[in-house]
Design a protein around this ligand. Structure first.
Ligand SMILES: Cc1cc2nc3c(=O)[nH]c(=O)nc-3n(C[C@H](O)[C@H](O)[C@H](O)COP(=O)(O)OP(=O)(O)OC[C@H]3O[C@@H](n4cnc5c(N)ncnc54)[C@H](O)[C@@H]3O)c2cc1C
Length: 402
């Protein structure tokens, strides 16, 4: 546990009850945010969050914490902009310092064609409520003086898009702030409690089987990150999800401030600075689907080389840590949220490499669905039916490097 959790956050642990109104499987950001919003916005507190390890131990505690809404389709822009706005108020709302820092989000462009496409995207962003503007090379250089605009002679930068409201927040603090907010209103959080099966009666789910025995539930929601295929399989569902590892690393302390989140659309990496001054670098998913949490030299070498091309100062720093999470990737790079063909069984998944930024809005919307039984308009486009109805929400802008 870190200092914040030890000194500040107080969670109460309970014996599991035999039955709850709502059982949420997975104590990551999305599961806990749903529990938090059920309790705070709808007064629904007979809720259990079941986590097989420890809360935040999945992708919600492994990500690079980028928050932005510069997406490529109207449905996603509106959805993520709502989350950008909710994140900005989350500290005040939870009375916990989640280290939310508005830094701005840059996407570097390395060809005329990329500039044209990004300009169209930024206009779409403006039209649907997200503030994304285009920057010239000179404006970019004044924001990031360290940048080599010639890209080592091979990857010249032609321009960039910039979203000033782009932000970061400390991931474990987000998880614990939401857990505490739910828990103090009566939600039970059970760690080391794995769901091993679902209780099914005819066409409907009536509860879960755990390593501590069965628990009945009015509604069961799956929020299990990269392990969703196994969980959905328990309900007899086959999802259009493939799980891929995603790696990231941090360097030692860089003595200057680097106050922006910067991604390169061609070199496919992104970089920011942590509150401790470390440079935090991420890239694309590993191509091979896998559940392996191993991180490797190949990723480190290729990612570091690309990052140094644009930011030569990185070559003077040392790598401190490297890690991996397992990402639930959809074919259209959009989430799957809502009801499933199995009664009383809901899912929030397909969060891939982009779901940290969606934690507040994802939980808010799923809680509204559970409380009212009606799918809110904001998440209707992300329902699982879209695959059957040929209504994919294709948006490569979900991955930070596109
Ligand atoms: C390296 C990396 C960098 C990333 N960077 C960003 C970023 O900068 N910005 C961004 O927006 N997103 C980012 N992401 C993606 C983001 O982290 C995830 O999309 C998000 O955290 C998903 O949250 P979740 O609650 O759905 O899943 P998780 O946080 O993975 O939580 C799922 C939980 O379910 C539990 N679980 C699984 N199976 C069971 C079971 N059978 N019973 C009980 N519990 C179970 C797991 O232990 C886990 O704790 C990144 C991901 C990685 C790996």
């Amino acid at each position: 546990m870190n200092e914040f959790q030890e000194r500040k956050v107080k969670l109460k642990w309970h014996e599991p009850k035999k039955s709850y109104d709502v059982v949420i499987i997975g104590g990551g950001g999305h599961g806990l945010s749903t529990a938090y919003h059920l309790a705070t916005k709808h007064g629904i507190t007979n809720v259990a969050v079941l986590e097989r390890k420890y809360i935040g131990g999945g992708n919600s505690g492994r990500n690079t914490t980028v928050i932005r809404s510069n997406y490529g389709i109207p449905e996603a822009i509106k959805f993520y902009q709502r989350s950008v706005d909710l994140y900005a108020r989350l500290e005040e709302e939870t009375d916990r310092w989640i280290m939310h820092a508005q830094k701005g989000n840059l996407v570097l462009l390395h060809s005329e064609a990329a500039v044209r496409a990004e300009r169209a995207k930024s206009e779409l962003n403006q039209a649907f409520g997200a503030n994304t503007v285009m920057l010239t090379r000179r404006e970019l250089k004044s924001l990031v003086p360290e940048i080599d605009l010639n890209g080592g002679g091979k990857w010249p930068v032609y321009g960039a898009s910039y979203q000033p409201e782009g932000a970061t927040a400390r991931h474990d603090r987000v998880v614990y702030a939401l857990a505490e907010g739910a828990n103090k209103r009566g939600v039970h959080i059970h760690q080391r409690t794995a769901v091993t099966g679902l209780l099914i009666d005819g066409d409907k789910v009536t509860g879960v089987q755990t390593n501590y025995g069965p628990i009945e539930a009015g509604i069961v929601m799956s929020a299990v990150g990269g392990h969703v295929s196994t969980l959905a399989g328990m309900a007899g569902l086959r999802l259009p999800i493939v799980s891929h590892p995603l790696q990231a690393y941090v360097t030692n302390h860089y003595e200057r401030d680097f106050n922006v989140v910067m991604a390169s659309s061609a070199l496919l990496f992104y970089v920011s600075q942590t509150a401790r001054g470390e440079m935090l670098i991420g890239a694309e998913i590993d191509r091979q689907p896998s559940y392996s949490y191993r991180s490797g030299q190949h990723f480190l070498q290729s990612c570091a080389k690309r990052a140094i091309t644009l930011l030569p100062f990185l070559s003077k720093l040392r790598v401190l840590r490297q890690w991996t999470g397992i990402c639930d990737m959809t074919p259209d790079y959009s989430p799957i949220m809502g009801k499933t063909p199995v009664d009383n069984f809901l899912i929030t998944t397909g969060w891939g490499t982009w779901g940290f930024k969606a934690i507040p809005v994802g939980g808010e919307q799923m809680a509204q669905l559970i409380a009212t039984g009606q799918t809110p308009d904001l998440i209707k486009p992300f329902s699982i039916d879209r695959f059957k109805n040929d209504r994919l929400m294709a948006d490569r802008g979900s991955a930070g490097t596109h």
